[in-house]
Design a protein around this ligand. Structure first.
Ligand SMILES: NC(=O)C1=CN([C@@H]2O[C@H](COP(=O)(O)OP(=O)(O)OC[C@H]3O[C@@H](n4cnc5c(N)ncnc54)[C@H](OP(=O)(O)O)[C@@H]3O)[C@@H](O)[C@H]2O)C=CC1
Ligand SMILES: CC(C)(CO)C(=O)C(=O)O
Length: 307
């Protein structure tokens, strides 16, 4: 199997880098500046699970000629449309496009540009960022990719993918419940993103503030009201773990969207919070806390676009 990793940023660089480190056939599709940097310095991972440095295979869009079996799509939501145009020569009828993106909208965008068969469900859990030297810095030990066919049944192509992913230095799961897991991930992420974005603090800081825990649990209830109505209901096990994560004393946890916001970067508020809010509104639900978070994040985004 040959894997094309689109983008060598935090998630693409981390998982693609680990796969390359373990001898898998991985090629990174990058733009000119990142291509030059990778050729000069290699791809470097700084991680509590062990540092790594690889010299990856790199291509730019004009060099793509033929389909890959699998594509790990790791651009931010606002780079998705352009990157789908770029990868067109690399997409055949059976190519699995596995997104690390948060939210759900990208699945429709991929299906519309190519086909629903190409849009292969994937859930990515890692906390990573790029430093000033372009190195991938993993911020916590967890590192998990799950994938599967949307109907939950293993197929020859997902079996082959699983064989390719196993044993490459991170946790993987060929999941029979991948659609539920995608909705669970969005439940967690939209809550984390909305809560930390609106309150401008990490989970521990919000938990310690007066009214913090009540706010967090009320926000999560709004998210769940939408997910249960328009998506796939989460498992009880997930809910228990999520309530604990979101209210954990002293926890430094914050999502990648909050890290981007604090650093003044563009954020995925539309994909992570706005899209969920809209799906709820379309279903007749009122979710004032999510609406307030989206308004707040949209003000940041408008300022950021002008800057
Ligand atoms: N970071 C994290 O911890 C996690 C992030 N996620 C999600 O994963 C997704 C990706 O996030 P993340 O990896 O952090 O993002 P990054 O910004 O770190 O990386 C995205 C990379 O995509 C590249 N890129 C954009 N457009 C193209 C293109 N057309 N061709 C080639 N490369 C392109 C950018 O390269 P360039 O240098 O050229 O701009 C950039 O390096 C997001 O949806 C995020 O929410 C999910 C779980 C954890
Ligand atoms: C769930 C979490 C927080 C880690 O994977 C994430 O997806 C993010 O930071 O974007």
């Amino acid at each position: 199997m040959r894997l094309l990793v689109v983008g060598a940023g935090a998630t693409g660089g981390y998982f693609g880098g680990r796969l390359a480190e373990h001898g898998r056939d991985v090629t990174f599709l990058v733009r000119d500046a990142r291509a030059a940097q990778l050729k000069k310095d290699g791809l470097q991972i700084i991680s509590p699970n062990g540092d790594a440095k690889v010299t990856p295979k790199v291509v730019t869009a004009k060099e793509l000629k033929e389909p890959y079996e699998a594509i790990l799509m790791t651009v931010k939501a606002f780079g998705l449309e352009q990157s789908l145009e770029d990868i067109a020569p690399a997409v055949g009828p059976d190519t699995m496009i596995l997104p690390t993106l948060n939210g759900m909208r990208h699945m429709d965008v991929i299906a519309k540009r190519f086909s629903a068969r190409n849009a292969t469900p994937c859930v990515c859990k890692v906390a990573a960022t790029l430093d000033k030297e372009g190195r991938i810095v993993q911020l916590a030990k967890f590192q998990d990719l799950s994938y599967g066919e949307a109907d939950g049944k293993p197929s020859p192509r997902t079996e082959a993918l699983d064989k390719f992913m196993q044993g490459a230095g991170f946790d993987v799961r060929h999941s029979p419940h991948i659609m539920r897991e995608m909705w669970e991930k969005w439940t967690l992420l939209s809550s984390l993103g909305g809560i930390t974005g609106l309150m401008r603090g990490n989970i521990g800081e919000i938990e310690a503030a007066p009214g913090g825990v009540d706010f967090v649990l009320a926000f999560l209830d709004e998210v769940l009201s939408i997910v249960r109505k328009v998506g796939v209901a989460p498992s009880e096990e997930f809910l228990k773990a999520t309530r604990a994560t979101l209210t954990s004393k002293g926890s430094p946890q914050a999502p990648s969207m909050y890290r981007d916001l604090v650093q003044g970067y563009r954020i995925e508020a539309d994909q992570i919070v706005g899209d969920l809010l809209k799906r709820g509104q379309d279903a007749g639900l009122k979710t004032p806390l999510i609406a307030a978070a989206y308004t707040n994040l949209s003000i940041y985004s408008a300022r950021q676009a002008k800057a």
